[in-house]
Write a protein that binds this ligand. Structure first.
Ligand code: SAH
Length: 267
């Protein structure tokens, strides 16, 4: 979405203290803050970055939210994967335009949006119907109707199996990803990538053990640390606070099936 703001646009309002608010513009609408009201009509027709004043004189800047802004501001059922991990997931899972991806569980849809944004076709498995609905609503709100043609969420348990075959990628954010390894091995094409996000290193160890005894190879585990900096005049230093822990990213690739049991008939 480019050009001046129009009614129906989602807008990020930022106050002087850097606090952020997600608002959908409505002709004649008002955004209420404890620092007064901002008239939507003061934003509609203006370019991104416009500064508006509230009724009590406070200043707000308005821009369209990025994917990262939306992920952090959208309604969440389950915990979302943070932008610092979402970006690296695209590289580690080597997501490409047209990639066929199975994602489980879907949660609030933050990872779904990231995969769809990169051009993938996503089938999601989600245990909880309320989360599946929330994800569909979030994805449709941010990505629009076109992306929904590449997105399907099913109410399913990924531990029970994966129906799709010939997949390019399987991307997991659920508590016991090792229970999906054999299903992913059957659902992926050779060379396909399995990626799992887990918060605990015990989960990583268990997953890596199961991967090591499977047809998957080239396993890797990464932790992404992002440290923002405070830059103001002579005060140039890391920020005091950071998100020190979210989760670990592990990936592996499905190797050719060379086991005698399947490549040759049994005697
Ligand atoms: N990656 C998501 C968050 C996922 S939270 C995001 O970025 O928004 C983990 C989700 O996995 C929860 O919604 C939970 O209901 C779901 N889940 C847990 N076990 C599952 C299973 N066996 N099959 C499918 N979904 C599962």
């Amino acid at each position: 979405m480019t050009g001046p703001f129009v009614a129906g646009d989602r807008v990020l309002l930022i106050d002087r203290k850097g606090r952020r608010y997600l608002v959908t513009l409505v002709a004649g609408g008002e955004f209420h803050t404890h620092n007064g009201r901002v008239a939507h009509d003061d934003l509609i027709g203006q370019d991104e970055g416009v500064r508006a004043r509230s009724t009590s004189g406070s200043r707000f800047s308005a821009v369209r939210p990025t994917l990262a802004d939306f992920v952090l501001g959208m309604p969440r059922g389950a915990q979302v994967i943070y932008p610092k991990d979402l970006g690296p997931i695209l590289m580690m899972a080597d997501v490409f335009v047209g990639a066929r991806i199975l994602e489980a569980g879907v949660g609030s849809g933050a990872l779904s949006m990231t995969l769809l944004r990169a051009g993938a076709e996503v089938v999601g498995y989600e245990l909880r119907p309320d989360f599946a609905d929330r994800a569909r609503r979030n994805v449709s709100a941010f990505m629009g109707p076109d992306a929904m043609e590449r997105y399907r969420v099913e109410h399913r348990d990924a531990y029970e199996g994966i129906e799709e075959t010939g997949l390019d990628r399987v991307v997991l954010d659920l508590p016991e990803p090792w229970k999906v390894v054999s299903h992913a091995g059957a659902a992926l094409r050779p060379g396909g990538i399995l990626l799992a996000y887990v918060p605990s290193i015990m989960q990583v160890a268990q997953l890596r053990e199961v991967l090591a005894a499977s047809r998957f190879g080239m396993a890797e585990t990464v932790e992404v640390l992002a440290r923002t900096w405070h830059v103001e005049g002579q005060a140039v230093r890391p920020d005091h606070r950071m998100v020190a822990h979210t989760g670990f990213l592990s990936s592996a690739r499905l190797m050719a099936d060379t086991s005698p049991a399947t490549s040759e008939p049994q005697p």
